[in-house]
Design a protein around this ligand. Structure first.
Ligand code: NIG
Ligand code: FE
Length: 456
């Protein structure tokens, strides 16, 4: 909120609360859900209006900007969108809460479609190894990396996993992410994988953020199957996958398809088994080696193929034909000190719909879509507009939610964020601080910050 706002002053940090206190909301308290509200006078309202699907090519530059924009919300659903005079004219009445966003950008809440949110421990010590030149795969093959986090996660209790992930989810919410996908993959044994998936379900139930669960049993070969990727894949198919659809614990199945991890054939087996059970599909594809992951994503009908630092031309064309969303994760090469980022420009030119995600995990402790957008513009040459479409409507499509979120249009959930910057071009440009001043989740104010002393 700008300093002119009548709302959202103070940010008392309560150690026992997931939410900052919103001190000057009319009813006080930590969260506030007005029945009816109008966000008024947005310097730029980025509606992302358009077809209800992932946007491609030039569509990725269309933000649907309304100057002096306003949004009318009732019962958590967007009812009307337009310029402030007409929205106030049609929808204002004494009972309607008004939130003044003068001088700010108002846009859909970020959707983060690729995270490994639930894990125990940390891997800050790997930074020294990376600085000395060790690659991500060398650290993993030496028993570190994912396998280190598996050891830490297996011995953590359900409550510990929940408490740590809820804190991360809250930071993500404060930075504007109102819907977050989360993967298992740090248990690998059935018991711990289910514990992670149940933690994701509990996070979805108890935190304001919508959490979409993905089963990623095929993340690494666990030590008890040492050397036996085939055997482990069979275990996933026979012992774990079958229980997932009926329990509702997973919406998607994902595989780390990579040289030295799971081959194309092994990945195909897991994904087809998951598909036959009704799960949606995702793939960690062509990250370090060109294995044909992009082609496999198109072949099996995956909703997204993620990473994509090294897809083949055939793979890119196949993804474009099938409109598989390419989820790019610029935080990952940044944190792994890899030079090769995905070629976003080429993917966009060839018609692949592009989304962005944080990839939050212990190798890449990045909870912020704002930072991800900064990296996407500076290191992958996406324009600010493309990066914002990739973080909202296209990210929603990457998790199958394009009908209900990702744009500010009538009938969609009022997941709306206010950023304290005059235009959208400032979002990737201003680095290293949280620009969010208000986060509405389903019309409920779940975070506000006093940015009246901030620069701009
Ligand atoms: O998407 N590449 C595989 N998986 C994760 C990293 C997981 C980890 O290192 O703990 C990723 O980057
Ligand atoms: Fe990942």
């Amino acid at each position: 909120m700008s300093s002119r706002s009548s709302l959202a002053r103070g940010d008392i940090d309560s150690p026992n609360s997931f939410y900052r206190v919103i001190t000057e909301l009319p009813l006080g308290g930590e969260r506030y859900l007005p029945e009816e509200l109008i966000v008024t006078h947005a310097g730029e309202l980025l509606t992302m209006r358009g077809p209800c699907r992932a946007r491609v090519r030039a569509e990725m530059s269309e933000l649907g900007v309304i100057k002096d924009g306003a949004v009318y919300v009732r019962d958590g659903i967007i009812q009307a969108v337009g310029d402030t005079p007409s929205i106030l004219n049609w929808h204002d009445s004494p009972g309607v809460e008004k939130m003044d966003a003068s001088g700010c950008v108002v846009m859909p809440g970020f959707v983060d479609p690729h995270t490994h949110l639930v894990f125990a421990g940390s891997r800050e010590f790997e930074l020294d190894l990376k600085i000395k030149g060790k690659t991500y795969m060398e650290i993993l093959n030496g028993g570190g990396g994912i396998l280190r986090t598996v050891r830490d996660t297996r011995v953590a209790s359900s409550d510990q996993l929940f408490d740590q992930a809820a804190k991360r989810l809250n930071v993500m919410l404060e930075h504007g992410s109102t819907t977050v996908e989360g993967k298992s993959g740090y248990g690998l044994d059935k018991k711990t994988e289910l514990r992670i998936l149940k933690t994701l379900r509990r996070l979805d139930a108890e935190c304001p953020t919508d959490v979409i669960p993905t089963y990623l049993g095929a993340h690494a070969v666990p030590p008890e199957f040492s050397g036996g990727a085939e055997e482990y894949i069979q275990f996933i198919i026979d012992e774990v996958l079958l229980d997932l659809p009926s329990s509702g614990l997973a919406r998607f199945c994902d595989v780390f398809c990579e040289e030295g991890v799971f081959s194309i054939a092994q990945s195909r087996r897991v994904l087809l088994a998951a598909k036959s059970l009704g799960l949606g599909l995702k793939i960690h594809a062509d990250e370090f080696e060109r294995t044909g992951g992009a082609e496999l994503a198109a072949e099996v009908g995956a909703v997204s193929a993620d990473h994509l630092a090294r897809p083949s031309d055939d793979g890119i064309m196949a993804m474009a034909r099938k409109q598989v969303v390419g989820v790019l994760l610029p935080g990952t090469p940044f944190s792994s000190m890899e030079r090769d980022y995905a070629e976003a420009r080429r993917l966009i030119e060839l018609g692949v719909p592009i989304a962005l995600a944080t990839d939050l995990n212990p190798n890449c402790w990045n909870p912020s879509m704002q930072f991800t957008i900064t990296l996407a513009c500076h290191n992958m040459k996406m324009t600010p507009a493309e990066a914002l479409v990739a973080s909202t409507i296209n990210a929603a499509a990457a998790v199958g939610r394009e009908k209900s979120i990702g744009s500010i249009e009538e009938g969609k959930a009022a997941d709306i964020i206010v950023l304290d910057v005059p235009t959208h071009a400032h979002i990737p440009y201003r680095m290293g601080t949280n620009l969010c001043s208000l986060v509405l989740k389903g019309g409920e104010a779940v975070f506000s910050a006093d940015r009246s002393r901030a620069d701009g």
